[in-house]
Design a protein around this ligand. Structure first.
Ligand code: G3P
Ligand code: MG
Length: 238
């Protein structure tokens, strides 16, 4: 079972920052997950929330700030004052620094999908990934199937992952197969034996997010899912 460092080593370091990715790598993670969205000037940044309110001292939508403004923000103090030097990273920088060292699951956030056609994130992400080798170490996921359809068209060889909070309905299962995803990511609370069997029958891996305690982990192991997303690393659980 794969352990995926959710937003980097986010239990101990500020999530979705280069420090959290570097520490995940240092402590043995093989895969990191991170969230991407667009700035006002269409730069791809790594941040989970649509707004800056929770993880920086600024307020408002990420999409209302330029990269020039965002790169100055303190993205670490909310976790601990000792991280006040930590900043929001550009995805290109994360890719360059970590992309050859560790597998990355890139989650596209909805705020950068539902925009005018020439402004959405997927062509920008696809261009960046297409220049990066080996592509097989990068997987792209989203709760928004539209983002996955666009990525499939732009990067036919991309490894895509279908992300849902709940179990899939038959239409979603059909869509997932049409998209030829490599994995289904489902919330730990909703996964069960039938869901695992259906995914495996279709030749698709199934991973669950987000493992928060030992009982979640025991459930994931008992169901024989292929991977778990956790803020903690595998070594913390043993
Ligand atoms: O990709 C798995 C997980 O990250 C999805 O939820 O809200 O943590 O991005 P969230
Ligand atoms: Mg995520």
């Amino acid at each position: 079972m794969d352990f995926i460092a959710h937003r980097g080593y986010s239990a101990k370091f500020p999530e979705n920052t280069e420090l959290a990715f570097e520490q995940a790598l240092l402590y043995g993670a093989k895969i990191i997950e991170l969230d991407v969205t667009l700035t006002k000037d269409a730069k791809i940044v790594v941040i989970h929330d649509a707004t800056l309110d929770r993880t920086t001292k600024a307020k408002g939508l990420v999409a209302d700030y330029s990269w020039h403004e965002l790169k100055e923000l303190d993205a670490g103090s909310w976790k601990d004052e000792k991280f006040s030097h930590v900043r929001i990273p550009l995805f290109s920088s994360v890719l360059e620094k970590f992309g050859k060292e560790i597998a990355i699951n890139v989650e596209i956030k909805k705020e950068s999908v539902f925009l005018d056609e020439d402004q959405t994130i997927e062509p920008r992400l696809a261009e960046m990934l297409s220049m990066f080798a080996p592509l097989k170490h990068i997987q792209v996921s989203s709760f928004e199937p539209l983002a996955l359809h666009r990525m499939r068209r732009l990067l036919p060889k991309a490894e895509l992952c279908y992300l849902t909070k709940e179990k899939l309905n038959p239409d979603q299962r059909e869509e997932m197969e049409y998209l030829e995803v490599v994995a289904q990511h489902v919330c730990i609370d909703d996964v069960d034996e039938a869901e695992v069997k259906l995914a495996h029958k279709a030749g698709i891996q199934i991973r669950t997010f987000t493992i928060k305690n030992k009982s979640d982990l025991a459930k994931a192991k008992a169901l024989q899912v292929d991977g778990v997303f956790s803020d903690f690393l595998e070594s913390d659980w043993t």
